[in-house]
Design a protein around this ligand. Sequence first.
Ligand SMILES: O=C(O)CCC(=O)C(=O)O
Ligand SMILES: [Fe+2]
Length: 404
Amino acid sequence: MATLSEAYRDNPLLPHHIIPLDFWSARSLPESHVWTQPESFSSGEFSGEWFSLPVVDLTDPDAPELMGRACQSWGAFQLTGHGIPVKLKEEVEAEARRLFGLPTEQKLKALRSPGGATGYGAARISPFFQKYMWHEGFTIMGSPEDHARELWPHGYQRFCEVMETYQKQMKTLAEKLLPTILKSLNIHNQEQQVLLNWLSTNTSSSSTSKSKENTITSTTPCTALQLNSYPSCPDPNRAMGLAPHTDTFLLTILHQTQTDAGLQIRKELGGGGGGETAAVWVPVRPVAGALVVNVGDLLHIMSNGRFPSVVHRAVVNQTRQRLSFAYFYGPPTDFTVSPLLSDHNNMMIINKSDHHHNLMISSSTARGQRPLDVLPLYRSVTVKEYVGIKAKNLDKALSLIRII
Ligand SMILES: O=C(O)CCC(=O)C(=O)O
Ligand SMILES: [Fe+2]
């Protein structure tokens, strides 16, 4: 049975793509970290209150419909009423600060190995960009004990307890959100049933199993917790926190520190009816207590393109270190992901008047009206195969499995 670690082992990175800069001793932005507008789309920012990521409260009776709409038009939403205790999020934040605040030579003791999946290091997407990012990360899959012992030979237990508790709660939340979001596609067929069955079996059987990386079985979902740190930056306008990317799995649930906005999502805007499109970066402002939920590539495939897998990036600031914690959730590595095709008449069509603004949202309306439920846009892939394709091709991965 393949594990997620094995999928990464097949695609090793070079050490200079893993070792982050010693940010705390950098007084100015080194040339290696200077970015000049690399995107092919507009990098203008939209900051109007009227144009921001939808906020959905999980306890709202209309939550399923609102989530479905947000996934269809934005590929993301902010989630309140999720029940994750504030105290737990604060503990994760405190432990992450303790980790990233360690001296560089100490953090390097837990460096991710070239073919490894877990530990301290630069962003996994680093090799695809010429410049380095103003970012350091720590990846956890199940128990972080081995790396935590390297960081704190005595006193690693607290870190492990907090990270394991947080992952458990995130898993429960992901398994609550996913069926709800899938149901909003209004697809009633066998494949959807297979997935929902897997989810319910997995949810009930996994409550007692200890999620250590090497005990993964075929009912164990692919999950990872990524702690991100963006140190304060001497020249934030020329630096990049995390370069534009989409997340690989089904859903990402992200907590960002409440003080500073940094996450931005790319929103495509309709043109003047001539088919031309433009895009802007929309800042995702911290909303008290909210978690950000992103659609990843696998959910995009499963929804047969109806849910965009949201392109996002992180920018940095001059005054404060910013932290974020991304929990990635996907099916087991040997699970085959394929587009779920729907009954044409049941499709959810987003009405332009639902949006409180006068911009044309071409992506949502075009998606809603296309008879995409008849033909699959993507071929079937196992999770392991897709992780491998993504590791080698990053933003070309989806187009490589696209069939029409
Ligand atoms: O720091 C953020 O807000 C974004 C993090 C992210 O996109 C990721 O870890 O994949
Ligand atoms: Fe991401």
